[in-house]
Write a protein that binds this ligand. Structure first.
Ligand SMILES: [Mg+2]
Length: 235
């Protein structure tokens, strides 16, 4: 396994890497489904909602507000305009409830971030709505440990190159940690950075650090963020 000796900046994805996110979307979607079940068929709703969200991504970006607007748009279409103002109000309230929920840090996050902050410059690189992500970072209690916070609209090679250029970080000194192979791992490896994948919702029973390969790129996979401490601490 290649060592992490040159690493100077450790960047973290936020949603489902530092704190819980996707399950909250799923819970909210379930609640929305209960509100609108008498207007539309559930299977049809899921299919159409996904289509609407994809279409709206270019307009709204990622995040709860776009999700709720897409939900309302889909139900208006599927119900032929029959959804009541009261039920639309209920959907909006479910969105607000999700946005204002307390932050639930994932296991090992707090101790890893505090342990590494003494030795490395820490960064958050996250997609999503600026306002909501800023609020989550502030409420996480971890903001003080991060030197740089980057809230971006897309996480591709270009985005990472811009971030590295802006902060004058050589790619070889940059390590990205996240739960998404597409957003957190692949683009970073392609520009010469290092990456650690931490799959969300893993059920492995043993601690595992693996060197993995994906279409010509190499990255490391761990099951708990705490494993970063000995990995990086060894240098
Ligand atoms: Mg994520």
């Amino acid at each position: 396994m290649k060592s992490f000796q040159k690493i100077r900046v450790v960047a973290f994805d936020a949603d489902d890497t530092l704190w819980l996110n996707e399950p909250l979307f799923q819970q909210t979607q379930e609640k929305c489904r209960a509100v609108i079940q008498h207007y539309v068929d559930s299977a049809e709703l899921d299919k159409r909602l996904y289509e609407t969200e994809r279409r709206n991504l270019k307009l709204f970006g990622y995040g709860v507000k776009g999700f709720i607007l897409s939900m309302i748009e889909t139900v208006i279409e599927l119900s032929g305009g029959r959804i009541s103002g009261k039920d639309i109000r209920h959907l909006i309230d479910l969105g607000k409830e999700m946005i204002s929920r307390p932050i639930e840090l994932l296991d090992g996050v707090e101790e890893t971030v505090t342990a590494l902050s003494g030795q490395y410059d820490l960064m958050i690189v996250t997609k999503g709505e600026l306002f909501h992500q800023e609020s989550k970072i502030a409420r996480s209690g971890l903001a003080e440990y991060f030197k740089h916070i980057e809230i971006v609209s897309e996480k591709d090679e270009n985005t990472y190159l811009q971030i590295l250029n802006r902060h004058r970080i050589p790619a070889g000194e940059f390590l990205m940690i996240g739960n998404s192979l597409k957003s957190d791992i692949e683009p970073v490896c392609r520009i010469g950075g290092r990456a650690v994948h931490i799959p969300f919702h893993v059920t492995w029973t043993h601690e595992q650090v693996e060197q993995r390969r994906l279409d010509g790129i190499e990255y490391v996979e761990i099951e708990n963020l705490k494993q970063l401490i000995p990995m990086l601490g060894e240098v």
